[in-house]
Design a protein around this ligand. Structure first.
Ligand code: SAH
Length: 300
């Protein structure tokens, strides 16, 4: 890439974490509670009505000096992740999946993921009639939601399991991130255009994809605090594979990234890091993606 390097510290200061998971996650881990009185402190709890007191077992006396401290109750467990399900426009999704199958993509888990995620929810109103066509569509700010077949193929190449930690560069509409949650709850996504990441995070939360963690940043640097990742999917084209992303790949991890000049044909590359940390990469197919940029164009 020939574009200027922006200062990482300046980017850090501007990070806006729009994690859809934050509230739900915080509540589940006990940071906030809905039980009245618990979150705000005991002093605000109204006195219990006298009638109940009769049935209540006597309060335990506090243990004397030297007594064993009472065991902490086990923290509440996060329920296992179940992605949301949608019935609207299912016939169109099924047709889209049949189209993707015709490319020779036979991975049933990937096809099921495409069949489950309501692409029309990620597409602007004026493109609703094409929401299930096998084409990229504009999502505003000069960006596009990727073609369904490309989303499917990039997802397949990652080889995800439910334990995988996966990072997406280029949140866009949030569609690819939602597809990733069909495989694993550990989904992180970075977008450089603030209004896009804000609306994608809201959309993902509204639809129930609460596990996706999204942030506004330059994805060139990856997400060091959450690394290493078993999968990294870059949904914008790079001139050269960003070093930070290679470093943030776990041993045995895979990165799928379009490499090539902007506004021209690029190569979809699969970058693999083996258990010893050695890197192997190969070009798989010609693709065309919007370029990775180094500054938020909505701020200019
Ligand atoms: N994955 C998206 C489509 C992405 S289009 C979806 O499913 O809808 C590519 C996205 O990459 C655009 O939204 C663009 O703004 C974003 N992008 C470009 N440069 C970036 C960078 N340096 N860091 C993060 N995102 C970037």
């Amino acid at each position: 890439m020939t574009s200027r390097m922006s200062n990482p510290a300046a980017w850090g200061a501007r990070l806006v974490c729009l994690a859809a998971v934050l509230l739900a996650g915080a509540c589940l881990s006990g940071a906030c509670q809905t039980d009245s009185g618990q979150a705000t402190g005991d002093h605000e709890r109204p006195p219990a009505p006298a009638a109940e007191d009769a049935d209540r077992p006597a309060e335990k006396e506090s243990p004397g000096p030297g007594a064993e401290a009472p065991k902490e109750p086990a923290p509440p467990q996060e329920p296992p992740w179940t992605p949301p399900r949608f019935t609207a426009r299912q016939a169109e999704r099924d047709r889209m999946v049949r189209t993707v199958r015709r490319y020779g993509l036979e991975d049933e888990a990937v096809l099921n993921a495409l069949s489950a995620v309501p692409r029309h929810e990620f597409v602007p109103d004026r493109h609703q009639s094409s929401a299930y066509a096998d084409t990229p569509l504009p999502i505003g700010h000069g960006q596009t939601i990727s073609q369904p077949y490309i989303v499917a193929e990039m997802t397949r190449l990652l080889g995800l399991t439910e334990k995988s930690r996966v990072l997406e560069i280029g949140t866009g509409s949030g569609y690819q991130a939602a597809v990733l949650t069909e495989f694993t709850p550990h989904v992180f996504t970075i977008e450089i255009i603030e209004p896009l990441v804000r609306s994608a995070a809201e959309r993902l939360k509204r639809l129930g994809y609460r596990v996706v963690q999204a942030k506004h940043a330059d994805g060139y640097y990856g997400w060091a605090e959450e690394a290493p990742f078993d999968g990294i999917v870059v949904t914008c084209a790079v001139g050269e594979i960003p070093g930070p992303l290679v470093r943030q790949l776990a041993p045995g991890g895979r990165m799928v990234v379009p490499v090539g000049p902007p506004l021209s044909t690029q190569w979809l590359m699969l970058v693999e890091k083996d258990a010893q940390g050695a890197i192997r990469s190969r070009a798989l197919m010609a693709v065309r993606f919007v370029p990775l940029v180094r500054e938020d164009p909505s701020k200019k």
